[in-house]
Structures are given as structure tokens and as C-alpha cells.
Design a protein around this ligand. Structure first.
Ligand code: DAH
Length: 339
């Protein structure tokens, strides 16, 4: 039995030393020390020994068992550490490899200018509203005091989707929708895309952008219009900028004005940006026509208001000295990366 014990023990030690992974070591533990293991089998044979030999043999078997248990524990730890090491090595990051280039996006110049404008008007208490790009003839023209066959329609030919459905030619349509849904006092701006059947060239595009403004309350006068628009011009172009109000005509305002500012490039002397004029036209405005108020259910004897429409594209091209409006819509990254 002693010989047998020695042989088993020696074989177990060799096998443990040779084990190459944690699964192998677990198999060896079961093979030798498990319930049906080889060393356990010897313990079971102890009954056949004499009362004298039994404790001696028992002590030897236990000693061998303990020794194997320790060896297994040591080997298991070794293998665990080795496996961990190998895993770490496999996961090392090669920091000499060139990194993937991250190119963060940025705002389109139109959006930068629009955000500035929204901030300016919000600081004056205006809310931002939205209007549909596909409009009815009623909202885009009729309600704005432009009946069918009115000559003012000529300048705003557009794309018709159906008999009375068109791509809006002006954000002014949003004035009507606002007055139909909100009660005075009203103070809103409505930025958005507008469309006209224009030939494309350096200063014309069939798609462009406007910011409509509308104020309706009791006692609103032309002074309020001038104050708000002057404040806007000074904030966007600087406080040295001069602002000129020229009489004009729009069917939905009376009186109507067009507003020019001194050219931010030359300060009014005349240059390439202002085409030698010294002034740049930035918007149309006026006091809301009583017919328009009336068609929205607002009593013109009680309320008055002013409205304005600013061209976003012109403001953007002059601010960044962009010579061709088409560049704003071509999405050429080489151009956009400059802003
Ligand atoms: N809708 C006009 C246009 O596209 C611009 C405009 C002029 C808007 C006067 C207004 C306004 O609100 O009062 O030409």
C-alpha cells in the first residue's frame, strides 16, 4: 500500500508540474483528491490494515494529500497569473499607431447668423414661431392683402404644387397664422426657408431664407418699429452703423419702409461689398395694414402693429464677404471649413 501511495504521489506531482492550464489542474485535483480519486481510494482500503499500521498509514496518506493540495494551489495561482499576463499582452494598445482623425462638424454660416439674430430678438422679448413651407394661396397672398390678379404677385412667382397650394414666397404668411392662433400682445419672429421661381445667379437663388417679425398690441407706432429695427442693426453690425428708413410699398403694410444700413466693410464710403453704394438694404417693414388685422379677427381700431422681413442670406454674405450666394447652398466642405 505504501508503494502504491508513493507511486500515486510521484505521478501526481509530475502531472501537476506539467499541467498547462487551469482546466488541466482541476482535472488532476479530481483525479487524485476527488471523491473517487486515486488517493481517496487508498484511504478507503485502510480497513484492511492492522490496528497498528492504520494510524501510520493514515498519517502518511494525509501528509501526501496535504502536499498535493498545496502543489495544486500553487500551480493554480501560477497558471492564473500566466493567463492574466497573456490576456493583458494581447490587449495592449499600440500607441504608436496613427489615430483616426476626428473632424467635428460646425454650424453652417447661415445658422451662425440666424442664431445671432434669434438671440438679439429674444433679448427684446420676441418668441420664435414656425410656419409651413408648403402654404396655401390664402395665407401666402390673399390674407396679406394681395388678391388674385394683384400686380404684386408678379415679383413673387413661385412653385405651385396644386391649384391653391404653393411653396411660400415669404415668411409673411406666418404673420397670419400667428394672428389666427395668438391673441395680442404678440411679439414673434419666424425664421424659415422661402421659394421663388428665380433664375440662379450670384445674387439670386430659388431657395433662400427670411426672418419675419410681427408685433401687435395696443398703441404700437412707427416709433416702436424704428426703435426695434435700429437696435437690431446696431447689435448685428455694431453701434457705429447708421440706419436709413426709405419709404416703400408692401401690400400688407401701410406705411411701408425699406431699411438700409451703412456698409460694414467700408463704413459708407462705397466698396465692392456694397457695390459702391455705401449702403446695404437689409429688410422690408411697415405698420400692419388694417385689412390684414381685420382678416385675422383683430380690430384695427383697438390694436396696431408692425412687421418686418429680413433676408438672412444677404446678411450672411455681407458679413463673411461671400461673393456668390450659391456657395451657401452647394455644401462644398472646402468652402464651409473656412467658417
Ligand atoms: N415679405 C416681404 C418680401 O418678401 C418682406 C417684408 C416686407 C416683410 C415688409 C414684412 C414687411 O413683414 O412688413 O419681400
Amino acid at each position: 500500500m505504501l508503494e502504491n501511495l508513493k507511486a500515486i504521489s510521484a505521478a501526481a506531482k509530475d502531472a501537476i508540474a506539467a499541467a498547462c492550464d487551469e482546466a488541466a489542474i482541476e482535472n488532476l485535483r479530481v483525479q487524485y483528491l476527488g471523491k473517487k480519486g486515486e488517493l481517496t481510494a487508498i484511504l478507503k482500503q485502510m480497513g484492511s490494515l492492522s490496528a497498528e499500521e492504520r494510524p501510520k498509514m493514515g498519517a502518511l496518506v494525509n501528509e501526501a494529500k496535504q502536499e498535493l493540495e498545496e502543489l495544486i494551489a500553487i500551480k493554480r495561482n501560477e497558471l492564473k497569473a500566466k493567463a492574466q499576463d497573456e490576456k493583458l499582452k494581447a490587449e495592449t494598445i499600440d500607441i504608436t499607431m496613427p489615430a483616426k482623425e476626428i473632424k467635428p462638424g460646425k454650424l453652417h454660416p447661415l445658422n451662425t447668423v440666424l442664431d445671432d439674430m434669434i438671440n438679439i430678438f429674444q433679448s427684446m422679448g420676441f418668441d420664435v414661431v414656425d410656419g409651413p413651407e408648403v402654404e396655401t394661396d390664402y395665407y401666402n397672398f390673399q390674407c396679406l392683402n394681395v388678391p388674385e390678379d394683384h400686380p404684386a404677385r408678379d415679383m413673387q412667382d413661385t412653385f405651385y404644387l396644386a391649384e391653391n397650394l404653393l411653396l411660400r414666397t415669404q415668411t409673411s404668411a406666418a404673420q397670419i397664422r400667428t394672428m389666427e392662433t395668438m391673441k395680442p400682445p404678440i411679439r414673434v419672429i419666424c425664421p424659415g426657408r422661402v421659394f421663388r421661381a428665380d433664375e440662379v445667379d450670384a445674387t439670386h437663388s430659388p431657395v433662400f431664407h427670411q426672418i419675419e417679425g410681427l408685433v401687435v398690441d395696443k398703441g404700437i407706432t412707427m416709433c416702436d418699429l424704428k426703435g426695434v429695427l435700429e437696435q437690431f442693426a446696431h447689435e448685428i453690425y455694431g453701434s457705429d452703423t447708421k440706419v436709413k428708413f426709405r419709404p416703400s410699398f408692401f401690400p400688407f403694410t401701410e406705411p411701408s419702409v425699406e431699411v438700409d444700413v451703412t456698409c460694414s466693410e467700408c463704413g459708407g464710403k462705397g466698396c465692392r461689398v456694397c457695390k459702391g453704394d455705401g449702403w446695404i438694404e437689409i429688410l422690408g417693414a411697415g405698420m400692419v395694414h388694417p385689412n390684414v388685422l381685420r382678416s385675422c379677427g383683430i380690430d384695427p381700431d383697438e390694436y396696431s402693429g408692425f412687421a418686418f422681413g429680413i433676408g438672412l442670406d444677404r446678411l450672411t454674405t455681407t458679413r463673411y464677404k461671400i461673393s456668390d450666394i450659391r456657395l451657401l447652398f452647394e455644401n462644398d466642405k472646402r468652402f464651409l471649413d473656412q467658417f
